[in-house]
Design a protein around this ligand. Structure first.
Ligand code: PMP
Length: 332
């Protein structure tokens, strides 16, 4: 069978993470989503959203895909659109990493940056992208937050892959939510295989979902510098997500795992991956405390750290944000 570039999306490796497994005293696995062609988990949603729009007859040859994104979905959409002959217009808040913007420009996407604002503001990047889609001939709005083709990519892809890669022996799964497509889709998919698998939301500070799942109220406190995660509302992708439990993880805890995974295992990752790993360790410890013997927990390694050389891996930036600086960044 011939392989096309779009076949490179998904079927990512699942690796046993040594440090986190030692810390939890059981097996913790990371799904290497940075091996997708756009180097993030969002290639999966991008492919499903575009294929769905084609199947519904909304996206026609030579058409255009418009989206508001923290960057990774835009990169995935631009790659898939290039491979299928569509244009892309990407709207991004201007506080996201320079590397993501440079990558989007390099891929040929038309990039529009806007100041970061609250979702309720009419100039929030999501609303600007919707209006641009309406004004552009032949364009569709990808609408990753409320388009459930996003989570379907994880029900049919990510969840099934994790189940098969762990030979049907998995006790828990956790990750953070941006759109919620990954946590909802993997959660739904894994529950179809085994209802007992515990699904945990790992929320960064400044997001409202921890309180929603713990107490039924959307409420946030603090803030996070993690890009691509931290949601303040129940998106269509999150509706009906089978969340059994939840953890709130700080940037410091996430960064400590980013540092360990880099130094001990040679994995260069973004901060959402570190936050996910901290959540996975917490979930494994909870399962053990509840009497599950040698639990096996999986999480998502969402994107490559090479996307954050100017931020997470830059001593001046870390210092400016009041975050601990990795020793090796201070070497002359
Ligand atoms: N991590 C990163 C780096 C991301 O860009 C995203 C997507 N916004 C996520 C995690 C969260 O994925 P999802 O949108 O499926 O919730």
């Amino acid at each position: 069978m011939t392989t096309t570039t779009l076949d490179l999306i998904g079927n990512t490796p699942l690796v046993l993470l040594q440090g986190p497994s030692a810390e939890a005293g059981c097996e913790i696995y990371g799904k290497c989503e940075f091996t997708n062609p756009g180097a993030s988990v969002k290639d999966r949603a991008a492919l499903y959203i575009i294929r769905d729009a084609e199947a519904r007859g909304e996206l026609k040859p030579g058409g255009c895909v418009v989206e508001g994104t923290a960057g990774n979905t835009g990169i995935g959409l631009a790659l898939v659109a290039n491979a299928l002959g569509y244009r892309t217009i990407i709207v991004m808040p201007d506080n996201q990493s320079q590397e993501k913007m440079a990558t989007l420009r390099a891929l040929g996407a038309e990039l529009v940056t806007v100041p970061p604002t609250k979702y309720s503001d009419k100039n929030h990047f999501v609303h600007v992208s919707r209006r641009l889609a309406e004004e552009t001939a032949g364009a569709i709005w990808a609408n990753q937050f409320d388009n459930t083709a996003n989570r379907k990519a994880h029900i049919e892809g990510t969840a099934k892959e994790i189940w098969e890669q762990l030979d049907g022996r998995v006790d828990g799964f956790t990750c953070a939510a941006g759109t919620g497509g990954t946590i909802a889709g993997v959660g739904m998919g894994l529950k179809e295989f085994d209802e007992k698998i515990r699904i945990a939301l790992t929320d960064p500070h400044g997001a409202a979902l921890y309180d929603y799942y713990a107490h039924g109220e959307l409420k946030s406190e603090g803030s996070s510098v993690a890009e691509g995660i931290g949601q303040g509302r129940i998106t269509a992708n999150l509706e009906g997500a089978p969340i059994d439990t939840q953890f709130r993880i700080s940037d410091e805890e996430g960064l400590a795992w980013v540092a360990r995974l880099l130094q001990e295992e040679g994995l260069c990752l973004g901060l959402s991956s570190g936050i996910n790993v901290a959540g996975a360790v917490a979930l494994a410890k909870q399962l053990k405390a509840d009497g599950v013997e040698n639990p096996r927990v999986a999480t998502i390694l969402c994107d490559t750290g090479f996307r954050y050389l100017s931020t997470l891996y830059n001593a001046a930036w870390l210092r400016e944000k009041g975050l601990p600086v990795f020793d090796w960044l201070e070497r002359d």
